[in-house]
Design a protein around this ligand. Sequence first.
Ligand code: CP
Ligand code: NVA
Length: 313
Amino acid sequence: MTAPIRHFIDIADIDQEQARAIVDHSAQMKQARKGRTKGACDDQTPLEGRILALIFEKPSTRTRVSFDVAMRQLGGETIVLSAQDLQLGRGESEIDTARVLSRYVDAIMIRGNHHEQVKKLAEAASIPVINGLTDFSHPCQIMADVLTFEEHKGPISGKTLAWVGDGNNVAVSWVHAASKFGFELKLGCPPELGLREDVISWAQRENVSFSVHQDPIEAVKGADCVMSDTWVSMGDENPEARRTILGPYQVNEELMAVARSEAIFMHCLPAYRGAEVTAAVIDGPRSVVFDEAENRLHAQKGILAWCFARDAA
Ligand code: CP
Ligand code: NVA
């Protein structure tokens, strides 16, 4: 019997052991390059002859470049497309797009406006589809973040991480990750911009160790890591109203002082200094945000290798 196609749409859909294996494999591949992120290819080029299509309906710096470089370092090639380059941008369906691209390329990474549309694309594709951020989630980011956390603080299992600010797509993938990697997640969000109800119900059903606090201080108390993200995500409306509501949720030195003394600060970037985080925190000694950005490269390799490993399974 043929093994199912390995889509990477949400961490929630991946087995616990496989999620762990992706992070560990990413760490191994990083180590094998001995600190070199650029230049000569990896000794092993398991994706030679493979082509990855990268489709962007929204802007991207890290996801775009790290997937492109990861694929090349693993011996493969990429085609980078904006939705405007495709008939998808003129109304061709996700289903037909998936069927056509499945005849040309070996995998698709898509940064999409609507999660449901990305899921439709995956359902219709006969090749792996990777979610490179939607309005609902950002799973690739959190795989890189787990890798980053563990490099600085050791095994994430049993640790406490605090999310402060908007209960957005990145926060959702953190909730999914808490269920697979066994850490406690404390969210400090205003009630108006809290976690989605369906995600809360899912987390309760899955017995995820998480709590939601209106007071950011309560969320951060005892945390090994404090995280934030932009107050206005791509596609969000009413930016001014959001900034007003989220104003009390800025991560600054006073808030960091409530976390554990050795706590680190993480942010997926792009960041807005003076809004969700002060310059003193993001550019300070506890911030690991550029390690996170680098680890997107290493984590993408783990994700790509996992998707393509189905062929050998
Ligand atoms: N963190 C992240 O996904 O960055 P980009 O939007 O630049 O890809
Ligand atoms: N929450 C942000 C993440 C950007 C990488 C957004 O969706 O715009």
